[in-house]
Design a binder for this molecule. Structure first.
Ligand code: AMP
Length: 395
């Protein structure tokens, strides 16, 4: 069911509570060292300014665990916002609920912004305490959800407040849901799903859901060795998720049954130890020597995967193909990123490591969409209901 967005409600003169993701890194001086997430909120914030809303921004920052810890204050974010929006009056409330917040919210004029202090200074936020949610909601007349990174959590500011206010999505969440939703519901084919990363167990749900929808499933990274083990290969000291061997067998059988092409690495870069400068060589995946460990996909596999990706009309990628943090073992991840960049179809990069790899390699602008939420995008790809989306009003 499609959800209402910020363009479906009248915001002129209204106090609008916007849950943004301003969980940004701070430097030793306590300044924002990377404002990407603040910049990412600008389409929604600017739309609200231009349409005369009275904007109340709220977010968490770090993990203060329900206590007021000043090193996690949102104040530096207010300074950064002021630099990004020099013509807008921006005030700051030193607590997200209570008298000061109420007074400052009530004093807002059209097009002005009030930034609230860190939501997680209160235990009620992560507990989704109804009393805390109600207090927060009492500041505003409309709720806009725009923090995709936390939308899979049922917290007071991501789900709870929606019980007390008209609740709609902002542009950032809207884009995530539209692009990923379309890929899952109505993909242009061939649809290639690429999964990598360390553990099969973490991605079972995603693999199962994508198997129902894709034409080709590519498995690389540390996950692949559990599949090799399931096929009866020796994997030396490679990463093994022993509890998932049977599951890997089931997934392979399911792929066969559904007619999904499952591509696993045919060759593997093996290293003597887990280290950036470890001696390494490329071997057939069925011939991983004892005491060696697979840390990347080999050259033939890179070509095989790249060919499937380039020909795809829809690609979804989550998880690196190897230990990409070590340059010697980053070639597989780089090859997949390059093939995605060259693919003319829709390319969607799930958050987390694959997103950082794509950005670091300079391919970000070539992708259709890079998700802003690692955990949230995984849960969405699993087909799970995201509490922060479910809580929004239907169209
Ligand atoms: P995940 O969080 O499950 O997406 O896993 C990401 C991590 O998997 C990264 O830190 C990679 O270094 C790691 N990884 C990928 N391939 C391998 C591998 N072959 N052996 C060990 N770790 C790997």
């Amino acid at each position: 069911m499609a959800k209402k967005t910020v363009t479906d409600v009248a915001v002129q003169g209204k106090r609008v509570l916007v849950r943004v993701d301003y969980n940004v890194p701070l430097n030793e001086k306590g300044e924002v060292s990377d404002d990407k997430r603040i910049v990412a909120s600008m389409p929604t914030v600017k739309y609200l300014i231009e349409n005369g809303a009275r904007i109340i921004l709220c977010s968490h920052l770090g993990r203060p665990k329900g206590e007021r810890k000043i090193e996690f204050s949102m104040k530096p974010v207010a300074d950064r916002l002021a630099a990004l929006l020099p013509d807008v009056k921006i005030t700051f409330a030193s607590d997200c609920i209570g008298e000061e917040a109420k007074e400052k919210a009530a004093a807002l004029q059209d097009g002005e912004i009030l930034l609230l202090e860190n939501l997680r200074f209160h235990k009620g936020e992560e507990k989704n305490d109804p009393a805390f949610a109600k207090e927060l909601a009492s500041l505003a007349e409309i709720y806009v959800s725009d923090a995709f990174g936390t939308v899979h959590r049922a917290h007071a500011s991501t789900a709870g407040v929606a019980a007390y206010l008209p609740a709609v999505s902002g542009f950032l969440i809207g884009k995530e849901l539209d692009i990923m939703g379309e890929a899952l519901e109505n993909p242009q084919r061939p649809f290639v799903a690429i999964l990598g990363g360390a553990k099969v167990a973490d991605k079972i749900g995603v693999i199962k859901n994508l198997l129902k929808k894709c034409d080709t499933l590519i498995v690389g990274g540390g996950m692949a060795y559990t599949f090799f083990k399931a096929m009866g290969y020796e994997i030396g000291d490679s990463l093994l998720d022993a509890e998932s061997i049977d599951l890997a067998k089931e997934l392979m059988a399911e792929a066969k049954e559904r007619g999904v092409k499952l591509l696993l690495p045919i060759d593997t870069v093996v290293a003597e130890t887990f280290a950036a400068d470890a001696p390494h060589k490329t071997v057939k995946s069925s011939e991983i020597p004892a005491n060696w460990q697979g840390l990347d996909i080999g050259e033939e596999t890179r070509a095989l995967f790249a060919e499937a990706i380039r020909k795809a009309k829809t690609v979804i990628w989550n998880g690196p193909m190897g230990v990409f943090e070590f340059p010697a073992f980053a070639k597989g991840t780089a090859a997949v990123a390059e093939a995605c960049a060259e693919c003319e179809g829709t390319t969607i990069i799930g958050g987390g490591d694959s997103a950082s790899a794509v950005k670091k390699l300079g391919y970000a602008a070539k992708m259709t969409h890079i998700s802003t939420g690692g955990g949230a995008s995984l849960e969405f790809l699993e087909g799970k209901v995201l509490p922060g989306v479910a809580a929004l009003n239907n169209k």
